[in-house]
Design a protein around this ligand. Structure first.
Ligand code: SME
Length: 157
């Protein structure tokens, strides 16, 4: 796999389609989860104009900060807390159009206005972590993001 990837262009769907193929090619030969997460965060972040793109992994019954791109973030999130802890508890993707309207939202940065959190599952369908993306704009994420980010998260199981 080449070290340098072309940044995907086009509509959001076209970008995700190209990005997904790049991520498959880059991750299929790498068994280490942290290494895969690191490159996936970098590739998503480089493709879209997001504020923060990264992962939290379940460690000792907490979500612990893992590879990310963007400003520094809180390191530990409890089960059921914030958008990330809620996505973990409910084992489902959560799209937040306006973070100020999400009860208990954890504001790592005041610049973050909307957010999507996608759980990562193991083969027993337990949540092992989450992919968290923040946008500096309201209502950035929709069903298109959910569909593609869930496909990407499935590559990190
Ligand atoms: N906003 C998240 C916390 C993580 S940061 O956005 C990187 C939440 O409410 O869970």
């Amino acid at each position: 796999m080449a070290e340098h990837l072309e940044i995907a262009q086009g509509s959001k769907t076209e970008k995700y389609s190209t990005l997904y193929k790049q991520i498959v090619a880059l991750t299929e030969s790498e068994p280490d989860t942290i290494a895969r997460m690191a490159n996936v965060a970098a590739m998503i972040h480089a493709t879209f104009d997001f504020w923060w793109t990264g992962f939290y992994r379940v460690q000792d019954n907490m979500l612990v900060l893992s590879p990310f791109q963007g400003p520094l973030a809180c390191t530990r999130i409890a089960y059921g807390r914030g958008v990330c802890g809620t996505a973990w508890k409910e084992a489902t993707t959560i799209i937040v159009r306006n973070v100020e309207e999400f009860p208990g939202h954890i504001a790592c940065s005041s610049a973050s206005k909307s957010e999507i959190v996608v759980p990562i599952f193991n083969t027993q369908q337990q949540v092992t972590g989450v992919l968290d993306i923040d946008s500096q704009y309201l209502a950035t994420f929709d069903e298109c993001d959910r569909e593609w980010l869930e496909k990407i998260a499935a590559l990190l199981s």
